[in-house]
Design a protein around this ligand. Sequence first.
Ligand SMILES: Cc1cc2nc3c(=O)[nH]c(=O)nc-3n(C[C@H](O)[C@H](O)[C@H](O)COP(=O)(O)O)c2cc1C
Length: 214
Amino acid sequence: VNDFVREGSSKAMQRVLVLFAHPAAHHSRVHHELLAAAHAVEHITVHDLYEAYPDFDVNIRREQELLLAHDVIVWQHPFYWYSTPPLVKQWQDLVLEHGWAYGRTGHALQGKVWCHAVSAGGGEQAYQESGRNRHTVQQLLAPLQQTAQLCGMRWLPPFVVHGTHVLSDVDLAHAAADYGRLLRALRDGHVRFEAAETLTRINADFSVALGDTP
Ligand SMILES: Cc1cc2nc3c(=O)[nH]c(=O)nc-3n(C[C@H](O)[C@H](O)[C@H](O)COP(=O)(O)O)c2cc1C
């Protein structure tokens, strides 16, 4: 676990943990780029859950120690059936223990930040009340938002890459650059939480969520 823990952080710096969950990462186009962008950000931790637990045998203590050692948890995953890939659910069922993550004596995660970085085949127009999916991605993530809430964590609107099937290489490169920018802003404490919370996805308008940070 020590490998994962960044040392020598300055006071303003937030310790960011990216929990990456893709069941077929070797076939991935979008997350291949997003993951490379995350790896390029210094002083954050990237943890590949499917690589660590191909048999879903999640090491609860290791995962809890990782959570304790970070301030910001970013779930990076493709949208599968309006939700996460299944290992994320398994991880939640096992790691978020009563008396640790929630319940009368469960305060381990209080005050930490919970955020999703999601890719979705559907375009943004499909993810609206008037669209074919009738809900935004953020609305569909309601069980996760409530899980974060129950654990006393602060929810940030998701970073969403829409329309993955028709996304050009240029637009994908822009999305990856934006993701890197978001991770650096989270690390450096530059995210404006109250403004960001007004957005349905945090990358809808970075000038709102991040101000004029580079
Ligand atoms: C099993 C499965 C379920 C999916 N469910 C959804 C979905 O509910 N909504 C959606 O917009 N896209 C859905 N997709 C499309 C993926 O989100 C999309 O292919 C992925 O985000 C692309 O990223 P990648 O290149 O990193 O795999 C699904 C794909 C698979 C394989």
